[in-house]
Design a protein around this ligand. Structure first.
Ligand code: SAH
Length: 263
């Protein structure tokens, strides 16, 4: 079989990614999926340390490949006037919009919001209101396009976040490099890119459905970012615990990275 021929790409997400099951399985509590031991609490803690200092702020924050989630912007929402979330799959964007409109039956993000607010000494209900006010759009994106938001011309933004999207969307390193270039171009000079990624992972499951993942290393990601004119400012690694018993995915470590784009 041709290399990468069976990699699950955007169309597979559009057809088979069950948004609600994904958030139920991975985002019902701040601990995340029980088989992934502290993955989520690590990520939430890192995001909180990055944003709660107030060091990063500006007009616009863009997240590329949000899936059906909003957890990445809980700590950041106070510091950016307009937030744009995005994903390739319609289902995912609809799930976010349902939450933004507080529709009956929307996903309950309260346990996660409360966890972050407990760290930061904030009021969960105030933060929930702010999140709903500040997310202005939930757009379709495709990281394989030079401009992931084509035909919209967004940015440049003071902050771009991407979480677990590029390694899920890109079947090989060259594709990953091109995709990261498109995402990085959305960051304004002097702005910040926050990446959450998995290292050494080849698959993950949502119930019975298997999704592919590009096996990538920390140094590959750092090298690409340096080539794109970024300085890596902060890197945090969370090595997988009890990997033998993780039947949901085979990640070796979670990578949390903050990089600044040169002026
Ligand atoms: N950011 C979320 C979701 C990660 S799951 C989180 O941290 O949990 C991977 C996401 O990548 C899915 O939502 C999927 O729809 C999206 N994706 C897959 N291919 C894509 C593409 N070509 N462009 C943009 N997003 C894509």
């Amino acid at each position: 079989m041709e290399e990468g021929a069976s990699f699950t790409e955007g169309d597979f997400y559009q057809a088979h990614f069950d948004a609600r099951t994904y958030i139920n399985n991975f985002y019902s509590s701040p601990q995340g999926h029980a088989k992934e031991k502290n993955f989520l609490s690590f990520v939430l803690g890192c995001l909180s340390s990055t944003f709660s200092t107030g060091r990063y702020k500006g007009q616009r924050l863009i997240e590329v490949g949000s899936g059906p989630t909003i957890h990445t912007i809980i700590s950041a929402c106070e510091y950016f006037q307009e937030i744009v979330l995005s994903d390739f799959a319609d289902n995912n964007r609809q799930e976010i919009v349902k939450w933004l409109k507080n529709e009956t039956g929307c996903f309950d993000w309260k346990p996660i919001i409360q966890h972050v607010c407990a760290i930061e000494g904030k009021s969960p209900s105030d933060v929930e209101v702010k999140l709903r006010q500040r997310v202005k759009e939930v757009l379709k994106c495709d990281v394989h396009l030079e401009n992931p938001f084509h035909p919209h011309n967004l940015g440049p933004a003071e902050c771009v976040i991407t979480s677990l999207c590029l390694e899920a969307a890109c079947k090989d390193l060259q594709t990953y490099r091109n995709a990261l270039r498109g995402v990085a171009a959305l960051v304004r000079p002097g702005g910040v890119l926050v990446m959450i990624g998995v290292l050494g992972q080849t698959f993950y499951y949502i119930n019975e459905t298997r999704f592919s993942c590009l096996h990538i290393s920390k140094s590959s990601i750092e090298n690409i970012l340096e080539d794109l004119g970024f300085t890596v400012h902060d890197v945090n690694i969370y090595p997988a615990e009890d990997r033998e018993n993780n039947t949901v995915s085979d990640f070796e470590a979670v990578l949390y990275l903050v990089a600044l784009k040169s002026m």
